[in-house]
Design a protein around this ligand. Structure first.
Ligand SMILES: Cc1cc2nc3c(=O)[nH]c(=O)nc-3n(C[C@H](O)[C@H](O)[C@H](O)COP(=O)(O)O)c2cc1C
Length: 336
């Protein structure tokens, strides 16, 4: 049996498979099932800035200033009955920590400055082992430069780091013009790791109703290649621990992420679509593959095909794109 252990955000994990943020962590039973299936840690669903702000409004409205709202205030829960999203989140951390043997990583999701991120201190107090900061802002204003936005993300990270002693991971979007530079700055600002990449729900257009609609969209294994390439490029150039998130459904997807240099491999869509057995199957498949190839440990495997270690480093660069275009052959039977 190979040694599957790995280290992520300074946490010693029994293997590299970690469910990433999904609504599954709202249920203690579901997380216990994931732990039974072999999960080495759990990233909780996010506490969203919007929820925190809504809580603030509610508290101000009905608890601090009830008289200002006249009769309407009478229909609201009394001061002892109001449970904010933050309260619920803190209770869930404490509940998970009391029952799980694996580390619990809490997640903060939002982008603006202004104090909400300092709630990280409360997540720490509730027992979280580490924090994930998912800061993404849709930069649709042409006056906002990428430089200003990146500065903002770094300032947010610094604000969170000033509030907590816990290791902090930044979950990043794939939409950076110069990702290694940003990762370097995040490292200098005190991040312990990065998770690549956040996957966005894309609004869709229903051509029947002519409405813009939101639908849950799941990934496929093809999506894993995006994070795999950037992990391969970053490994060796940063001291941060690296999580690969996006498109891990099968053992081969997880193995590619590890060979590229990931310290942990996240799963979300596969767990939502197939349940905890998806994780158990990936874990069993990774172990079997390592045994067949006589790998002794994940440490030995990790990063062995990163850009730094690959026999042909240009395979991760632009040259690969040109080769792929050149090597296209029409499928049999298709007439152009
Ligand atoms: C239904 C659903 C809910 C999610 N909720 C969160 C969340 O609360 N916070 C977050 O950072 N990511 C969230 N994600 C993103 C996942 O954690 C993951 O990074 C992304 O789906 C890519 O992994 P996958 O290809 O395995 O799905 C969510 C994804 C899905 C499908």
């Amino acid at each position: 049996m190979p040694d599957l252990s790995t280290t992520y955000l300074g946490l010693a994990l029994k293997n590299p498979l970690v469910p990433s943020a999904t609504p599954l962590s709202r249920s203690l039973d579901r997380v216990l099932n994931l732990e039974d299936a072999g999960a080495a840690a759990i990233v909780m669903h996010s506490l969203f800035e919007e929820d925190v702000r809504n809580d603030e409004r509610m508290i101000d409205r009905f608890l601090v200033n009830p008289d200002a709202f006249g009769e309407a205030a009478g229909h609201l829960p009394g001061s002892s009955g109001y449970r904010s999203r933050l309260d619920e989140y803190l209770e869930q951390i404490a509940s998970l920590k009391s029952r799980l043997a694996i580390p619990v990583i809490a997640s903060l999701n939002g982008a603006s400055m202004g104090g909400w991120v300092e709630l990280g201190r409360e997540l720490q107090g509730a027992g979280a082992d580490a924090l994930e900061l998912n800061a993404w802002y849709l930069a649709s204003d042409p006056r906002l430069s990428s430089d200003a936005l990146e500065e903002h993300y770094i300032a947010l990270l610094q604000q969170l780091k000033a509030a907590v002693d816990l290791p902090v991971c930044m979950k990043l979007s794939p939409f950076f013009s110069a990702l290694p530079n940003f990762v370097h700055r995040a490292e200098a600002a005190g991040a312990a790791g990065v998770a690549l990449f956040n996957r966005f729900f894309q609004p869709d257009i229903d051509i029947g109703s002519l409405e813009v609609v939101d639908r849950t969209q799941f990934s496929s294994s093809a999506d894993a290649l995006l994070a795999m390439r950037w992990i391969a490029i970053l490994r060796g150039g940063t001291g941060l621990t690296l999580a690969a998130t996006g498109g891990v459904h099968r053992p081969a997807d997880a193995l590619k992420m590890l060979l590229a240099g990931a310290d942990v491999v996240h799963m979300a869509s596969a767990l939502l679509q197939r349940g905890p057995r998806a994780l158990a199957e990936v874990l069993a498949g990774v172990t079997r593959w390592m045994e067949e190839r006589e790998y002794e440990s994940v440490a030995q495997l990790k990063g062995s095909l990163s850009q730094h270690n690959a026999p042909d480093p240009s395979a991760f660069a632009r040259a690969a794109y040109l080769n792929a275009l050149d090597s296209f052959t029409p499928p049999a039977g298709v007439r152009y």
